[in-house]
Design a protein around this ligand. Structure first.
Ligand SMILES: *[C@@H]1O[C@H](CO)[C@@H](O)[C@H](O)[C@H]1NC(C)=O
Length: 275
């Protein structure tokens, strides 16, 4: 009893933490933090009116946090971009996934389309991951309620699938980053950034806490899947020992000479009193 109960409790807590990490990371915008040293860039652009206009209007000249759905400006916001206040009170603009596709996306190169498909697949994979976690909730509740080996195994496997799908989504997200910063050679990619921004030290890049939170969530998912599977193993072993005990209770006490037909602990239909 103790083994499966303790492991199941820890697994349940782990699963809740995993879901919270994944959901918060998925919804927040601090995946990739881009910091622009505007002081040094303003000094560089001194006297160039065209560039100074971009300096105030173009989002690429501003500190920003990129998420899966939004780009947010924690400090100043560019004038040339319409933003709105996100649920966590920063000025943000939405990332365009071109749903529905429009005139701009019709002109995309093949590689740009590959990137877009990958970016959409990242979101898709996360949603599939959440679906697995959603199902695992029901199998988990049923498994704990009925102490059912099969349901707990199913919970563990669903957690494992969720962890794999989410890790795949993370991998694909890195693929999108690779396309943005290295592979693509168009004006929308890093390749098309103004040179002053690409200069070493003028722009710095960091992975943010949302990104880290999602990796923690993936790790927790993996851990809880192992815990669920091992608690299912415990449960089966415990049930077997319980059964063995019950069989002992059902064993007839062999009759002795004085009470030839007396079965002490067997109240079955053949129970007879001695005479
Ligand atoms: C910007 O660059 C200048 C010159 O390299 C440096 O002195 C300053 O500390 C930098 N500012 C930030 C916020 O990093």
């Amino acid at each position: 009893m103790a083994c499966s109960a303790v492991t199941l409790s820890i697994a349940t807590i782990g699963a809740v933490v995993a879901v919270v990490c994944l959901a918060v990371g998925f919804g927040t915008d601090n995946w990739y933090e881009i910091r622009v040293n505007r002081t040094i860039i303003r000094a560089r652009l001194e006297g160039n009116t065209e560039d100074l206009k971009n300096f105030e209007n173009d989002a690429r000249y501003f500190d920003r946090d990129e998420g899966l759905f939004r780009i947010c400006f924690p400090q100043q916001k560019p004038r040339g971009v319409s933003t709105y206040v996100s649920p966590v009170q920063t000025e943000c603009m939405n990332i365009n996934y071109y749903l529905p596709e429009n005139k701009i996306s019709d002109d995309f190169s093949e590689e740009r389309w590959e990137r877009l498909h990958m970016a959409r697949a990242v979101i898709g994979l996360y949603l599939v991951g959440f679906l697995f976690l959603f199902f695992s909730f029901f199998t988990g509740v049923a498994g704990c309620w009925k102490r059912s080996h099969g349901n707990i195994v199913a919970t563990g496997l669903l957690q494992l699938l969720a962890a794999l799908v989410d890790a795949g989504a993370m991998g694909l997200w890195h693929g999108v980053q690779y396309y943005d910063y290295q592979k693509l050679r168009d004006s929308m990619a890093y390749f098309g950034w103004p040179d002053v921004l690409k200069h070493k030290g003028h722009t710095t890049f960091n992975y943010g806490w949302s990104y880290i939170l999602v990796w923690i969530g993936v790790g927790m998912c993996l851990l809880t899947s192992i815990l669920f599977l091992s608690s299912a193993h415990c449960l089966r072993r415990e049930k077997k020992t319980e059964q063995a005990k019950n069989i002992q209770y059902l064993m007839p006490v062999y009759p002795d000479k004085r009470q030839p037909y007396n079965y002490a602990a067997y109240p079955g239909p053949y129970y007879q009193y001695g005479y």
